[in-house]
Design a protein around this ligand. Sequence first.
Ligand code: NAD
Length: 657
Amino acid sequence: MKVVVVGAGVMGHGIAEVASLAGYEVTMVDVSDDFLAKGLEKIRWSLEKFVEKKRVTKEQADAALRRIKTSTNLADAVKDADLVIEAVPENISIKREIFATVSRNAPQHALLATNTSTLPISEIAAATDRPDKVVGMHFFNPPPMMPLLEIIAGIKTSRETIQQAVEIGKKMGKTVVLCRKDVPGFIVNRILMPLMNYACTLVKDGIYSVVEIDSALKYRAGLPMGIFELADYTGIDVIHFASKSIQEREPQAPEPCPLFKELFERGHYGMKSGKGFYQYAGGSYERPSIPREAGEKVDVVSVLAPAINSAAWIVRNDVASVEDVETAVKLGLGWPKGVFEMADEFGLDAVHQSLQKAAERYGTFYSPDPMITELVKSGKLGQKTGQGFHSYVKAEQSYSEIIFERRPPIARIVLNRPHRLNTITPKMIQELTDVLMKVWNDGEIRVVVIRGAGERAFSAGADVTAFTEVKTKADAERFLRDFQEVMNIIEAMPKPVIAGIDGFALGGGCELIQSCDIRIATDRSEFGQPEINLGLIPGAGGTQRLPRLVGIAKALELELLGTRITAEEAFRIGLVNKVVKPEKLEEELAAIAEKLAAQPPLAVRAVKQLILMAREAPMSKGLAAERMFFADLIFTKDFMEGISAFFAKRKPEFKGE
Ligand code: NAD
């Protein structure tokens, strides 16, 4: 399949890289060879990074680069295209002109996609002779790194086109969310822009300061950046034009907050110009200083309520499903939870009240969406009532930060915060403790497999932003005690626990695998205890288990230098049992789990206990315990079964009796 990407700028070169990595033949088109050369250079750089990080092999990167051609002749380049993705500047006349040219020259079957963030897909489609084949493919910046892709249907886009675009998006490795209607902002920006605008209005009116709001959103709501920090990072100019464009299409939306316009007119574009809502010293990437305590008095619900309201509007108007909205904010904005999950946690009555207040003050745009009003009226107030946007009926069985799959004799636990590299939060620890105890007591489960969701990490450690409750030394100790307890449970559990590692196992993630009985890693995984780089030390057993596993010298080296090691090195020093190719990990885990599940449970328990005992007890005590366990085992039914199966040359069936 041949893909033509029009525009080799910020987005275009990234999209070309993603398409080529997916195996498509790519032609990148721009107005000058100079722009194309710059685009190619950036692709080369990015591919090199991927090779360094072992996300692709050198051969794959070279092949991807070879698949990208360039051209300054659009009409010619699209002649044999199957898909055209346009990523030229956000200007409707330029885009329409391009689509007209493409429509005249591309084969009839070709799919025509635009990466616009704010313009109507339908208006762009109207410049072609085939609006049914025009679709929005909204990538996020930078496309090779950001996992989300919004697919947007224009008024005339056909079902088949949508389906094809979704399939291509998936093939490019993206998580696709579907925006069924061509509404301004699509999903992510339709939720983000009102939040930004409202927060800005609160600052303009002196209700809160920039730092207060950012601190509250960052440290109390757990967002990856404050909203003004994000505006500065994105560029005030980009925000200014985007909010203007959205408002032009939707006159009932409130005027963009004048603070944005003011900053824009003064040329204060944020990080890139050295000043925006914050000051920047200059340099490629800086994070403004936002003190944790600054946000204490902010009513977080009221700040986030407009975002929740927009999300409800999206679902009620059948623009996207609840699940897609949740995925979109998690992957597009890096939120730790879905916007509806947050609303359900706040309580929809509180959200409703905040919106009513906002509407009284700032107009009906902020009036609670009928969907929220309806939920509140019927007593569906969120988590506390068991039902809100989501259902919490099976609250004791459903976890939000892990996934538990019980398929006797095997239980799988997946650390499920892929958007945050499966970093560990107090909530995840609680959920892990709960599920591990369940598994411990579950007579039908014989083996536990622990994995991380996604392809980037088993777990990159503790999530520092989630430690909002850690205010005193006692809090810190409590957190660590809970965390250490998870490891203790894994070790003491009378069933084998296997860790399947693909990607980072760092800090707490590395400590977690140390408590497992068997560790299988992919060759692109990386291990380390980097706590020292932050002025800390491992706190979940790393100083105790690691030396016992890999020896004192290696443990000292790893924990003093804080450097990462490859899977190969981890294998060499005994931190992992086996290294496999990523595509073989599941197969290998299944094979080992199956083998372990068929072993005699009482003997498995004995081996586990005795070998862990070898770590600390004197040998004489260990040998005494070994004799006792052995003597017990001789009188078990399992031993009888083992012996008779051995003589009958059949597979034994151990029952743990
Ligand atoms: P950009 O200015 O970095 O790149 C645009 C490129 O298009 C430039 O290289 C320019 O030379 C080229 N171009 C201009 N006219 C052309 C023509 N007639 N034919 C071929 N090439 C032409 O812009 P960008 O940030 O990459 O944005 C591109 C699109 O992606 C916009 O629609 C934007 O809204 C959207 N978008 C941007 C972001 C972002 O964060 N930058 C994110 C999502 C979507």
